[in-house]
Write a protein that binds this ligand. Structure first.
Ligand SMILES: [Fe+2]
Length: 444
């Protein structure tokens, strides 16, 4: 029996708000359908929630925003319960009296039924920015998309029987024939004043707003994410044992955790294997390195005589179109991603060799900025000048500060509706459970 899924090879048309929610739910259910009851209930890692908690939290969040807050606003933190992330931080979620699979799915279905009823009378013409054009519905769908990726991180981390990933092979008739991309090449941005962020109110989160101007000095940036080939050179050149390549905090973490290679690499003969869910293969030199933390990315960049890009540089490399003097929503243009564009949306459940998606190139000439692996930047997570929290400060604002680094671009596990050039993700610099890689930059 083959283990590939029977999903269609195009993305579904999200022609109504209800269809958007329905499609988001179908994906969540398709992911957990292949997970045993035991694996759903277990806290597999202190970093991650038991998967049933994610399911209950998806329902809790939806109930808060698409029922209660449509009928008279209450504060995010005011909605108490098992599934409030601030009341119950990750480390305690394994000992909560959580429902079983049936209980979690019933809760999700019960909330959804009330939400679909309520949507029929939602005033999308309202001046209220939450309701206007159905923003709040897209926000709730994006939240579910993001938790799907979190669940997949858990399934990648877990020990025991590996997750049987419902892989969909996307062939070259859709993407175009793969092209050769030189992973040593860089492209140059001549410097100048650029637009960063967006003022979009249709889908963007508060932390992506407002669009503002930033002056950039000339820089060069890698044409592709750092590949396994290049990263292996760093490893073989003593990258993990050379103190001078690491920051103080990075070195302390390397020593404490005894890091010797990316998470997921296993020594095998004189090389390594790499694992994505139920697929183990010899390290493929042509694919982006995955599951590295910020400190590893930073040490690699120093070894290469480069540095990590700032997020403004990253966004410029992904979006700036010198031909028209304006920025694009995606590297290839303003059209939403399809399966032909990038390795996203939980299809391959794996990275792809660089050059697999010839359309995934920005006007500056950078490949693979959307999809495959999240890319670490050197920027701390902060609000942009003029930032206003909307609709609740617990999404972004409570995380602003120097302890988090920004990641950009999404991974193969990111749903298409939860990624764009301006999308900002953030995490602690020690985190490696993310599907994370990086590319380097250099002053020019
Ligand atoms: Fe959440």
């Amino acid at each position: 029996m083959t283990d590939t899924a029977t999903r269609p090879d195009t993305l579904p048309a999200l022609d109504s708000l209800a269809a958007t929610l329905t499609e988001a739910r179908e994906r969540t259910l398709a992911i957990v359908q292949r997970v045993s009851d035991e694996d759903l209930a277990l806290q597999h890692d202190p970093l991650m929630s038991p998967i049933v908690w994610d399911l209950g939290h998806i329902a809790h969040f939806e109930e808060l925003w698409l029922t209660r807050n449509l009928d008279g606003p209450i504060e995010f933190v005011e909605m108490p319960g098992l599934f409030n992330p601030f009341e119950n931080p990750r480390r305690v979620r394994g000992s909560l009296p959580l429902p079983n699979r049936e209980g979690a799915l019933a809760l999700m279905a019960e909330v959804r039924e009330r939400v679909l009823d309520r949507l029929e009378s939602l005033d999308v013409g309202s001046d209220d920015p939450l309701r206007h054009d159905g923003y709040v519905v897209r926000m709730v769908a994006q939240h579910e998309y993001q938790h799907d990726e979190t669940i997949l991180q858990t399934l990648q981390l877990k020990t025991g029987e590996p997750y049987r990933a419902p892989r969909v092979e996307v062939d070259a008739s859709l993407t175009g024939a793969p092209i050769a991309v030189d992973d040593r090449a860089m492209v140059r941005f001549p410097g100048g004043v650029v637009d960063v962020g967006t003022s979009d109110r249709g889908a963007a989160y508060d932390n992506e707003r407002p669009r503002h101007l930033v002056a950039l000095a000339p820089f060069s940036i890698d044409v592709a994410p750092v590949t396994n080939r290049a990263y292996l050179e760093f490893v073989r050149d003593g990258g993990y044992t050379r103190r001078e390549l690491w920051s103080d905090a990075g070195w302390a973490w390397r020593e404490q955790e005894k890091l010797i290679a990316p998470k997921g690499w296993r020594p095998d003969g004189d090389g390594y294997t790499e694992r994505f869910f139920d697929r183990v293969r010899a390290l493929d030199p042509s694919r982006p390195v995955c599951h590295v933390c910020y400190w590893e990315a930073d040490a690699y960049a120093r070894w290469a005589g480069k540095r990590l890009p700032t997020e403004a540089e990253w966004e410029t490399a992904a979006s700036w179109d010198h031909r028209t003097g304006r920025k694009l929503a995606y590297p290839w243009g303003d059209g939403a991603p399809t399966l032909a564009h990038a390795n996203i949306d939980q299809l391959r459940f794996d990275t792809a060799p660089i050059g697999t998606y010839p359309r995934n190139v920005s006007p500056l000439g950078c490949y693979g900025m959307i999809g495959d692996v999240w890319e670490w930047t050197s920027t701390d997570f902060h609000g942009y000048p003029g930032y206003e929290s909307f609709p609740y400060k617990e999404y972004s604002e409570v995380f602003f500060g120097p302890e988090y680094k920004v990641l950009r671009g999404g991974s193969f596990a990111t749903r298409a509706g939860a990624i764009r050039n301006t999308f900002r993700n953030w995490d602690y610099p020690i985190r490696r459970q993310i599907f994370s890689g990086f590319r380097c930059a250099r002053d020019d």
